[in-house]
Design a protein around this ligand. Structure first.
Ligand code: TXA
Ligand code: MG
Length: 331
């Protein structure tokens, strides 16, 4: 255990001295948690095996689940890729800095510990000034999974990070809530056809438009080992309170809800007035921004069950549906 230093930092004009200190901590093999535009990440020097091991230990993460490597620009990304496919270039040009992770062949400087032995590495350039300034100050690529205990709900505020990892992180840079609220899209561009391994804040059509062709939508099967991807562990992003999901308002009636249950509906407000205690998140972007904080609040509320009413299975809601499925079991 260590003492976690909580460091408030301006999200738009971060103090360079603070970034230098945090960067030095990373170079020394330390752990620094910081906000990206998606969620808070738990960062370590991606080129140092011992630092990487600290990430897995702090999270209690299975070593078969590879880490995303954060870089400060396209030039740095190319240094840590053994090849830079045309699809990677298209997506990077269109969306970086931003919430898209590109899986490409990895360069030898990235150790096995980061990629769980895979011949590929997931790279991304985060948007916030704090995140990019930190990587620049460190001068090394920064491996950073979401800064939560493994399988728990991802953190969108510094408070969430402390709740999960206090005493397991050296420095926590607090620049306020993350803008988007759910993790980046992960796109495998290492093979002949691009594959979406995890839906993210951008719509699938936006990715396909930038690529100029369709993306394979088949997500990898559950439990294939390190070959498969994000939250391939079916249970992921989950609260501790038992969490059930239904596809419609009508299906709630079969559940015999009591005053000890709480209903969270995404995208469906109609008829919710007839339900007891409930929370509604209306639009995909609002739902993304508030989803994890809401799940953490409901989890702390002492309810017997959290019942999720799934959003419609239509474009725009894919990423929320994905996260809700992983947080719950079918009622
Ligand atoms: O938005 C995000 O992506 C956040 C912020 C901190 O950047 N990070 C994040 O990391 O969500 P994490 O570790 O919780 O999820 C990364 C996912 C993993 O589930 C992993 O399976 C996938 O990315 N991944 C990483 N490297 C991969 C690779 N070489 N091949 C396939 N999937 C990979
Ligand atoms: Mg995660």
């Amino acid at each position: 255990m260590t003492t976690t230093r909580l460091v408030p930092i301006d999200r738009d004009r971060p103090n360079p001295g603070l970034l230098d200190e945090a960067g030095a901590c990373l170079r020394d093999g330390g752990l620094v948690a910081f906000a990206t535009e998606t969620v808070y990440g738990l960062g370590a020097d991606a080129t140092r095996k011992t630092a990487i091991q600290r990430i897995y230990d702090a999270k209690g993460r299975p070593p078969t689940n590879p880490l995303i490597v954060h870089v400060c620009d396209l030039a740095m990304a190319r240094r840590f890729a053994a090849a830079w496919p045309a699809d990677a270039e298209r997506l990077a040009q269109a969306f970086w800095p931003g919430p898209v992770t590109l899986v490409v062949p990895r360069a030898p400087a990235i150790p096995d510990a980061v990629t769980a032995g895979l011949p590929t590495v997931g790279l991304r350039v985060p948007a916030p000034a704090v995140a990019r300034g930190l990587i620049e100050a460190a001068g090394v690529p920064v491996a950073a999974p979401s800064a939560n205990r493994s399988e728990h709900v991802s953190p969108t505020t510094a408070r969430h990070v402390l709740d999960d990892l206090d005493g397991r992180v050296d420095i926590l840079l607090d620049s306020g809530p993350a803008d988007l609220g759910i993790e980046s899209a992960v796109v495998d561009v290492a093979g002949d056809t691009p594959r979406l391994l995890r839906p993210g804040p951008l719509r699938l059509e936006q990715l396909e438009e930038a690529l100029g062709r369709p993306i394979g939508r088949g997500m990898p099967a559950v439990g294939e080992g390190p070959q498969s991807s994000p939250g391939q562990h079916a249970r992921h992003y989950a609260p501790h309170t038992p969490c059930l999901r239904v596809e419609s308002f009508e299906a709630l009636e079969g559940l015999a809800l009591t005053g000890r249950d709480i209903v969270l509906s995404c995208g469906r407000r109609d008829a919710m007035d007839l339900v007891g205690e409930h929370v509604v998140l209306d639009r995909p972007d609002e739902a993304a921004r508030r989803l994890y904080a809401t799940l953490r609040e409901l989890d702390a509320g002492g309810y017997a069950r959290i019942v999720l009413v799934m959003p419609p299975d239509v474009a725009g809601w894919e990423a929320i549906r994905d996260r809700l499925r992983r947080a719950s079991v079918k009622a």
